[in-house]
Design a protein around this ligand. Structure first.
Ligand SMILES: Cc1cc2nc3c(=O)[nH]c(=O)nc-3n(C[C@H](O)[C@H](O)[C@H](O)COP(=O)(O)OP(=O)(O)OC[C@H]3O[C@@H](n4cnc5c(N)ncnc54)[C@H](O)[C@@H]3O)c2cc1C
Length: 450
């Protein structure tokens, strides 16, 4: 067991989980969180963002024995429930054998992780403390209290920056590191949270165990269930252009847009117009950077190292997986951080980059392709082939979401190979009528051998 002191910046999703991993190994973990304690502040109803949690995330939670606690606040979603513009709906299962991803409220899981962290005798979370600087020469981290404006300086053996997409820890390292690579990209769409409240008896107003999608080409709306019968809806829409946030300024414009684009959702959204006017429009960023570790004493983790857009539902999960990899390396190198940190960034950087790129690509798939009959046929062919030859073809989505043993970078490479094969298959004459034939099956087998 170690007696090292760790300073951990940020008690968000990843910081809280990392504190548990390190505490269980005997590290004394001092966590500093900029915000007040969210467990004491009252959250207004309908303001809760929810997140999709899947196998890689569950594995990380199981690693410290807390998955069952989180399962209590999670709702399984077995597939995509597609809402077409003409009012028809369809269901696309996520995988086979009732495979699911889970909807969890971001606030609920964060608060639960903080509770579980504080149950460790060697974790202390200090709230309202904002990191202002990391002095690398003496490994001293500086904080300012939000209320009193008093400052604190903490020396420790290790420092982790888990302070999210706009991390102060990363900026500090960027400013003090020669040849620091940094890339930040905003996509053209932003998002706004809306709400479908429960019925009078508290019941869910749509299918509870599904992720609802209204795909509309250049934009889309999604809805995830909450335990209290609400659905949190997220509208992803370009900032500028014909159909854009810029053109939704008045209540009349908003009403007309929703009635045209999401006619089946409008009757379920009684507070739509006020919510739209009052809730913020937020932007979506990808951040890539390198290195992630400094002097073998400081490391970035979670969104601080790799912020991604939310379209694969993997941002938090990728950060959770960082914790698993780090933990395995602590065992492998017997707490020798001179070896752990270099290998941590060498292993995780390609995977962080891969999930960042796959998340962007999945935006296009969700908003554009989930309503396209050709795409649906392609998925049917893949599913059929995969169920017959599971050892030869794991569907791309399953590799990313349900296969924690397959690295993101491997899943991306394999997914690109599969897509190239499927483009050739979809170009076969009369594919619509012969998709279940032996000819198609043989063609795929042939391409796989090439
Ligand atoms: C709309 C949307 C939907 C998403 N959906 C999903 C999903 O379905 N599944 C999924 O896995 N991921 C999803 N994500 C991504 C997920 O929210 C992030 O990847 C995750 O929150 C990252 O966790 P983190 O702990 O690294 O950062 P954060 O959760 O951002 O936590 C960082 C913490 O650091 C604190 N902090 C910041 N600066 C300082 C400072 N200077 N000093 C001290 N503390 C500081 C912050 O207050 C915060 O508590 C989504 C993101 C968005 C925007």
């Amino acid at each position: 067991m170690s007696n090292k002191n760790v300073t951990l910046i940020g008690a968000g999703l990843v910081g809280s989980l990392l504190s548990i991993y390190l505490a269980k190994r005997g590290y004394k973990v001092n966590v500093f969180e900029r915000r007040p304690d969210m467990r004491k502040a009252t959250m207004s109803a309908g303001k809760s963002i929810n997140l999709a949690l899947s196998d890689r995330g569950w594995r990380a939670l199981e690693g410290v024995g807390i998955a069952d606690e989180i399962r209590k606040i999670a709702i399984p979603m077995y597939g995509r429930h597609i809402h077409n513009k003409n009012g028809t709906t369809s269901f696309q299962p996520y995988g086979k054998d009732n495979q699911a991803i889970y909807s969890v409220s971001r606030a609920d899981i964060n608060m639960k992780l903080m509770d579980l962290a504080e149950q460790q005798p060697n974790v202390k979370i200090n709230f309202d403390e904002r990191c202002t600087q990391i002095d690398r020469t003496v490994l001293e981290t500086h904080f300012e209290n939000n209320t009193t404006k008093s400052t604190t300086s903490i020396k420790s053996d290790l420092v982790f920056g888990a302070d999210g997409a706009f991390a102060a820890s990363r900026l500090n390292m960027q400013l003090s590191t020669d040849r620091f690579e940094y890339n930040q990209h905003y996509i053209e769409a932003g998002y706004k949270e809306l709400i479908i409240p429960p019925g009078k008896d508290g019941s869910f107003m749509m299918e509870k165990n599904a992720l609802h999608i209204w795909p509309r080409g250049s934009f889309m709306m999604i809805a995830l269930p909450n335990l209290d019968g609400n659905f949190t809806c997220t509208l992803f829409l370009p900032f500028e252009g014909e159909k854009s946030f810029a053109n939704l300024k008045t209540k009349e414009q908003i009403k007309a847009f929703f009635e045209t684009e999401f006619p089946d959702a409008v009757p379920l959204m009684p507070t739509l117009l006020d919510d739209f006017m009052n809730n913020p429009t937020s932007s979506l960023v990808t951040v890539k950077c390198f290195p992630w570790t400094f002097d073998n004493k400081i490391a970035l983790i979670g969104d601080a190292a790799h912020a991604i857009v939310p379209f694969f539902g993997q941002g938090m999960i990728c950060g959770f997986e960082d914790c698993v990899v780090l933990n395995n390396l602590i065992t492998k190198h017997n707490e020798d951080w001179e070896k752990i940190f270099p290998e941590y960034q060498e292993l995780r950087k390609p995977d962080g980059d891969a999930i960042a790129d796959m998340a962007i690509a999945n935006f296009i798939e969700m908003r554009d392709r989930t309503a396209d009959p050709k795409f649906l046929l392609q998925k049917k062919i893949e599913a059929r082939f995969s169920s017959k030859y599971p050892e030869k073809w794991i569907p791309f989505y399953s590799m990313v979401v349900y296969s924690p043993d397959i690295r993101y970078s491997t899943a991306m490479r394999e997914g690109q190979r599969q897509e190239a094969i499927m483009q050739k298959i979809m170009a076969m004459p009369d594919i619509e009528t012969k998709w279940e034939s032996e000819e198609v099956e043989k063609a795929i087998l042939g391409y796989l051998k090439q």
